[in-house]
Ligand binder design. Structure first.
Ligand SMILES: NC(=O)C1=CN([C@@H]2O[C@H](COP(=O)(O)OP(=O)(O)OC[C@H]3O[C@@H](n4cnc5c(N)ncnc54)[C@H](O)[C@@H]3O)[C@@H](O)[C@H]2O)C=CC1
Ligand SMILES: CC(C)(CO)C(=O)C(=O)O
Length: 305
């Protein structure tokens, strides 16, 4: 089995490391990571196990190579440019978005008719150019034909990932899984980033009212789009978020806060921004998601000056 990982950073290089034991894997990443991996191997620590892994990593794909599966693991803002750069390799190939946010699968589907959606609720932190620490695991990876359904290529990929020692579930409703992960990220990441606090601090009643507004609006959009989730309404999901998900990841600093601290653009347009945009198209008011999107863009602009 041949696997390509495009836009390999903290998530993609960790995935490449685990897969390197069970298949032929290549990572496309930035030169400084490729050079460091070639020199001393890739070091993985934490909840995905400890070890040093060797696999090919470069800025490009050797001409004429074909792959059984291609993962896209860059930030959502880079999905389209990666698809453009590697359009020839992606065309007709099973391509998986292993990213946060709404809209990545729709972009990829403009380049291949074989799109697999997935979610990952695991924390990856850079420790060096060729070193990542896995800090939290909030559940198994989910994998399914996008927008819905299960088939042999999805099942085979789930078996490969399981063999690599990564907990994964094949899902017949991956669109719902992607929305569920987006709900969690949209509720917590922008406020964690704007307030400079870990997830656990967001249980404070004054900020919880804002989170409640974000989630209620998202449920209205999901109802209009016919998305099914394990929770029948916003109140049920908010109870799960409050009592299970936030306590399980209370000490975590959102990836959006890490982006802001580094002066990088955030994925807000694929989270609350996407919810506000979809709401607008359907005539659903979404002032909480719209306001939060604007505030995060304002915060990003402060890092630019
Ligand atoms: N880091 C985390 O804990 C988690 C991240 N995610 C999601 O996974 C996705 C990836 O996140 P990270 O791995 O943290 O991002 P990252 O920024 O560490 O890695 C992405 C890498 O792709 C590179 N890249 C982009 N375009 C490229 C190109 N054309 N050629 C070569 N390299 C290119 C970037 O320079 C960067 O090094 C995001 O959607 C994120 O929200 C999901 C769960 C947890
Ligand atoms: C909590 C975590 C790491 C889970 O995947 C996440 O999604 C984020 O920080 O954006």
């Amino acid at each position: 089995m041949k696997v390509l990982i495009l836009g390999a950073g903290a998530v993609g290089l960790s995935l490449a490391a685990r897969l390197s034991g069970v298949c032929d894997v290549r990572a496309v990443c930035r030169k400084r990571h490729a050079d460091a991996i070639a020199e001393r191997g890739f070091r993985l620590t934490g909840l995905w196990g400890e070890g040093t892994f060797r696999f090919p990593a470069s800025e490009d794909v050797p001409a004429g190579e074909h792959f059984d599966y291609i993962f896209i693991t860059a930030k959502s803002l880079a999905t389209r440019s990666l698809c453009e750069q590697f359009a020839g390799v992606i065309r007709g190939t099973e391509t998986i978005s292993l990213q946060n946010g709404l809209g990545n699968e729709e972009i990829i589907s403009e380049y291949t008719d074989r799109v697999i959606g997935s979610t990952i609720i695991t924390g990856f932190e850079w420790k060096g150019d060729a070193s990542v620490h896995v800090s939290v695991v909030g559940g198994p990876m989910k994998l399914g034909r996008f927008p819905d359904g299960l088939d042999a290529p999805v099942e085979d990929l789930a078996a490969l990932i399981t063999a690599a020692g990564i907990p994964v579930e094949a899902s017949a409703h991956v669109r719902g899984d992607i929305w569920a992960k987006t709900l969690y990220n949209s509720a917590l990441n922008p406020l964690g980033a704007l307030m400079n606090v870990p997830y656990g601090s967001l249980l404070h009643p004054s900020v919880w009212g804002v989170i409640s507004g974000v989630v209620h609006e998202a449920f209205e959009v999901m109802a209009a789009e016919g998305v099914c989730l394990p929770w029948s309404n916003a109140t049920e999901y908010l109870a799960h978020l409050h009592d299970v998900q936030v306590p399980d990841t209370a000490g975590h600093h959102a990836s959006m806060l890490q982006d802001i601290r580094r002066g990088n653009p955030t994925e807000i347009d694929f989270m609350n921004g996407a919810i506000a945009e979809r709401a607008k198209k359907r005539g659903i008011p979404a002032p909480y998601n719209d306001c939060i999107t604007r505030l995060v863009h304002f915060r990003e602009s402060l890092s630019e000056t």
